[in-house]
Design a protein around this ligand. Structure first.
Ligand SMILES: Cc1cc2nc3c(=O)[nH]c(=O)nc-3n(C[C@H](O)[C@H](O)[C@H](O)COP(=O)(O)OP(=O)(O)OC[C@H]3O[C@@H](n4cnc5c(N)ncnc54)[C@H](O)[C@@H]3O)c2cc1C
Length: 515
C-alpha cells in the first residue's frame, strides 16, 4: 500500500474505544497471562510457530485500517490443521480471544488484534491441494492468495472470478471472511457465489464443514452464514472454489461525461437495458487526475466522470454487447467513447482503476476509504450529496467505485497528523454511510464492518436485529472468543452513539437527513 489507509470510526478514537482497540499498558498481569498462554500453546505448536516479544508482534498490530493499532498477546503461525485445532481448544480452555488473520489487507480493522488475545496467522496454509479441470473446482488452503488460484488454473483455461484490487496479496480465507468482491463481480458474483465448500474449526476447536462439493447441501444454508462472517463464527482452513472458463475475448469502453448526474444515470441505464457488463466502474475527475499522473492510462482529464464498461464472451457476443452499451452510453450523454482495440489497451484502461488507491497517495498524505452501497438509480444523488459534504467538512474527496454494483468507494483525503482533519474526516465518513442508508443503501458493500463501522451498524440495524446477529454468533461461539468486539455493536454502544434505527425502512433519529 502506497498510502496510509485509514477509515471512519466516528466515536471510537476518542470517547468510546472498543475493548479490542483499547490500548493496554504492559502490566504484571498481562505478562503473567502471556506466559500462561505461551506455555499452553507450546504443548501443541513448535516454538518457532509462536511470537510474543513486542518486536515480533508489532508487525501484526493492524491491518489495512492503520489508524487503529493494538499489539496482540501472542501471534501463532501453525502449519497443520491439527495445530489449529489444538490451539483453538487450548485457547477455549483458558478463555483466550482468538483473531484469525490472512494477509492483513482488510480495510475495516477485522484483523485488529485483541490486547489479551492470540492472533492466529494462517499465512502458512498456502497450498493448492487439488485442481480439477473436469469439475472446474480447486481445493485450496485458506492462506492461498486470490491471484495464485487463477495463476494455477490458467494452464487449464480456467480462472477464479472474484478479483479484489488487492488480489495479488489477499488470501482466500480473508475473502471468505469478508465476502470480498471486485471489478468483475457484477457479472460473476461475489465470493459467496464462487465457493462450494468451506472447512474449518469453531472457537472450541470442533471441525466444521459448510456447503458441500455438490451444488447444494442439506439443511440450512450455513455456507451463506459463514461467508462474510468476518472471522466471528469459525476459523476457515480450506476452501473449495469454483473455476470458470477464461473468456475468448474481452473489450473495454472508456466513456467520458461532463456531468456527474449524467454519468450516474448512464450506469442505471446500462443495467436497465438488460446488459450485465463484465465490469462497470466509475471514477470522478479528482481520481482520474491522480491516477493519470501515476500510471498514464490515457484517461480524459477534462471529463467530470469516466465510466469503464467491459464486455466479455465470444467475439460475436462481445461485438453485439459493445454496440448496445455504446448506444446506451451515447444516449445518456457521453461526450467521448474510446474502445480498447487490443488486450494491451484493455489492460491499460484497467490499470488506472486497479491502481486508484495507491495513486491517492500522490494527492494526499492520508485517505479514508468508505464502502457503502446505494441503489443504482440513486448514484448521482449520493455523488452530489458527497460534493456538498466536501464543503461542509472542508475536505476533498475522490471517487472510484464499482458503479454497476452501486458500491461506492469515496476516498476522503486528509492529513492524519492534524487531529482536527482526522475528526472532520470521521464525521464526513459517517455522514456518507448514514446518507447511503437513508437513500436505501447499506453501510458496507465488500470491506466488512470490522471495528470501522460498528457505530454505523446502529444506524443500519435495529436493536432486535443486532441481538439476532449476536444470537447466531453465540450458536457457534457461546463463549464469545472468536474475534470479539467486532462487527456487532452492543446496545450500550448504540445508545451512546445516539442513533437507534429503524422501522419500515424509515430512519428514526431526528438528526439524520431525509432524501
Ligand atoms: C489496496 C486495496 C484494495 C482492495 N480492494 C478490494 C476490492 O476490490 N474488493 C474487496 O472486497 N476488498 C478489497 N480490499 C480489502 C481486502 O483486501 C479484502 O477484505 C480481503 O478479503 C482481505 O483478505 P486478507 O487475507 O488480507 O484478510 P485479513 O485482512 O487478514 O482479514 C480480514 C478478516 O477476515 C478474517 N479472516 C482472515 N482469514 C481468516 C480465516 N482463515 N478464517 C476466518 N477468518 C479469517 C479476519 O479475522 C478479519 O476479520 C482491498 C484492500 C486494499 C488494501
Amino acid at each position: 500500500m502506497a498510502a496510509r489507509v485509514s477509515s471512519t470510526v466516528p466515536t471510537m478514537t476518542s470517547a468510546h474505544p472498543t475493548p479490542a482497540a483499547a490500548p493496554i499498558a504492559p502490566s504484571p498481569s498481562r505478562a503473567a497471562r502471556q506466559a500462561e498462554v505461551v506455555q499452553a500453546l507450546l504443548q501443541h505448536l513448535p516454538a518457532h510457530a509462536l511470537l510474543w516479544h513486542s518486536e515480533d508482534t508489532t508487525p501484526y498490530e493492524c491491518d489495512g485500517l492503520t489508524a487503529y493499532r493494538q499489539r496482540p498477546l501472542v501471534v501463532a503461525l501453525p502449519e497443520t490443521t491439527e495445530q489449529v485445532q489444538a490451539l483453538l481448544q487450548a485457547c477455549h480452555r483458558l478463555a483466550v480471544p482468538v483473531v484469525a488473520r490472512g494477509a492483513g489487507t482488510g480495510l475495516s480493522g477485522g484483523a485488529l488484534p485483541h490486547a489479551l488475545g492470540v492472533t492466529l496467522s494462517l499465512a502458512r496454509f498456502n497450498q493448492i491441494l487439488t485442481m480439477d479441470p473436469r469439475s472446474r473446482t480447486a481445493v485450496v488452503q485458506c492462506g492461498v492468495r486470490n491471484l495464485a488460484i487463477s495463476e494455477a488454473a490458467a494452464p487449464y483455461g480456467l480462472y477464479y472470478a472474484p478479483d479484489p484490487s488487492s488480489q495479488i496479496a489477499c488470501t482466500i480465507g480473508g475473502n471468505v471472511a469478508e465476502n470480498s468482491g471486485g471489478v468483475h463481480c457484477l457479472k460473476y458474483g461475489l465470493t459467496l457465489h464462487n465457493v462450494l465448500q468451506v472447512r474449518g474449526f469453531t472457537a472450541a476447536g470442533e471441525a466444521v464443514t459448510f456447503g458441500s462439493t455438490a451444488l447444494d447441501a442439506p439443511g440450512y444454508d450455513l455456507l451463506a452464514a459463514v461467508v462474510g462472517s468476518e472471522g466471528m463464527l469459525a476459523v476457515v482452513t480450506e476452501v473449495t472454489v469454483k473455476l470458470i472458463p477464461q473468456p475468448q475475448l474481452a473489450r473495454c469502453i472508456m466513456a467520458s461525461f461532463d456531468d456527474m448526474r449524467k454519468a450516474g444515470d448512464a450506469v442505471a441505464n446500462v443495467i436497465a437495458a438488460g446488459i450485465i457488463p463484465a465490469g462497470l466502474e466509475m471514477m470522478d475527475k479528482p481520481m482520474t487526475a491522480a491516477v493519470e499522473d501515476f500510471v498514464h492510462a490515457g484517461y480524459d482529464l477534462s471529463a467530470e466522470a469516466i465510466l469503464l464498461c467491459e464486455s466479455d464472451g465470444t467475439p460475436e457476443e462481445v461485438e453485439e454487447e459493445m454496440g448496445r452499451m455504446s448506444a446506451v452510453l451515447r444516449a445518456a450523454g457521453a461526450t467521448a467513447i474510446a474502445v480498447s482495440q487490443n488486450e494491451a489497451e484493455r489492460l491499460r484502461f484497467w490499470s488506472g482503476r486497479k491502481n486508484a488507491f495507491p495513486a491517492s497517495g500522490r494527492i494526499s498524505p492520508d485517505y479514508m476509504c468508505m464502502d457503502s452501497t446505494i441503489p443504482r438509480k440513486r448514484l448521482a444523488d449520493i455523488l452530489l450529496a458527497i460534493q456538498e459534504m466536501e464543503k461542509k467538512y472542508q475536505l476533498r474527496c475522490a471517487n472510484v467505485f464499482h458503479a454497476g454494483d452501486g458500491n461506492l468507494h469515496p476516498l476522503i483525503l486528509f492529513d492524519a497528523n492534524d487531529p482536527d482533519q482526522l475528526h472532520r474526516c470521521e464525521l464526513f465518513g459517517a455522514d456518507i454511510l448514514e446518507t447511503s442508508v437513508a437513500m436505501g443503501g447499506t453501510i458496507t458493500g465488500e470491506h466488512g464492518v470490522g471495528i470501522e463501522k460498528l457505530s454505523s451498524m446502529c444506524v443500519q440495524f435495529s436493536a432486535e436485529e443486532n441481538a439476532q446477529m449476536l444470537a447466531l454468533k453465540a450458536a457457534f461461539d457461546p463463549a464469545g472468543l472468536l474475534n470479539p468486539g467486532k462487527v456487532i455493536p452492543t446496545l450500550h454502544r448504540c445508545a451512546e452513539y445516539g442513533k437507534m434505527l429503524v422501522r419500515g425502512g424509515q430512519i428514526k433519529h431526528p438528526d439524520l437527513p431525509r432524501f
